[in-house]
Design a protein around this ligand. Structure first.
Ligand code: ZN
Length: 203
C-alpha cells in the first residue's frame, strides 16, 4: 500500500510557510515503511533538528480505481481518520531551494502517524469536520475540512489520474496552519470533534 499526501491544501498554512498558492494540488507519496508502528513512540531522526508536526485528515481507500470522477469518489472510501505527516523542515527547505524531491524530508521511517479509523457514516458532512492537534495538552493546530482548497472527492479525482488507487491506500489531505517543531518528551494528541484518534510520545 501507499500513502498519497497533499501539500498546500489550506490557505492559512500556505501563508505561514510563504509558499505560493498552487494551481494544481501538490502531491507526494510515502512508502509503507514510513508508517509509525502502533503504540510506538516517534523517534526524532538524527538527520534533522527541525521536525514539524502536520496534523491531517486521512481517507482510507476501499476499492481499486483509476480516473475516478469526483461525483463517484465517495464510493471509494468508507473510513476517515486522523494522522500526522512528520516533516524534517530543515531538510525540506534545502531540497525545495534546489528544486529536488522531498522524500528524505517527508517519507522517512516513522514519518506517518495513522490513528484509528471510523466509518464516514458517523459524520453528516465530510466537508465540514473540525479537527485539532494538542501538544502537551495545548492546542497547536486547528482546522476544518471546509477550508481545504481541494475537497476530499476532488483530491480522489485528481490523484487517481496519476496513480491507481488500491484497497488500503491512505490519502493524507493536507495540514492547516500551526505546524511547529517537536521535542523529546512531547505528547501529541489528535482529535476530530471531541473524539481522540491518536496520542503519541516523541523521543
Ligand atoms: Zn502534510
Amino acid at each position: 500500500m501507499k500513502l498519497i499526501c497533499i501539500g498546500r491544501n489550506y490557505t492559512d498554512h500556505i501563508k505561514e510557510l510563504a509558499n505560493e498558492k498552487p494551481t494544481d494540488p501538490v502531491i507526494f507519496i510515502k512508502p509503507d515503511t514510513s508508517i509509525l508502528l502502533k503504540k510506538q513512540p516517534f523517534f526524532i531522526p538524527d538527520f534533522s533538528t527541525d521536525i514539524h508536526h502536520e496534523v491531517e485528515i486521512l481517507v482510507k481507500i476501499n476499492r481499486v480505481g483509476k480516473y475516478i470522477d469526483k461525483k463517484f469518489a465517495h464510493k471509494y472510501y468508507n473510513e476517515i481518520g486522523l494522522g500526522i505527516d512528520f516533516t524534517a523542515r530543515d531538510l525540506q527547505t534545502k531540497l525545495k531551494e534546489k528544486g529536488l524531491p522531498w522524500e528524505k524530508a517527508k517519507a522517512f521511517d516513522g514519518s506517518a502517524v495513522i490513528g484509528k479509523w471510523v466509518s464516514k457514516d458517523n459524520y453528516s458532512d465530510i466537508d465540514n469536520l473540525d479537527f485539532c492537534l494538542e501538544k502537551n495538552n495545548s492546542i497547536v493546530q486547528q482546522g476544518n475540512t471546509s477550508f481545504m482548497l481541494w475537497k476530499i472527492n476532488e483530491i480522489i479525482e485528481y490523484v487517481s489520474k496519476y496513480f491507481t488507487l488500491k484497497i488500503g491506500d491512505v490519502i493524507f489531505t493536507g495540514t492547516p496552519a500551526g505546524v511547529g517543531v517537536v521535542k523529546s518528551d512531547d505528547i501529541l494528541t489528535g482529535y476530530i470533534d471531541d473524539q481522540q484518534f491518536f496520542s503519541i510520545k516523541v523521543k
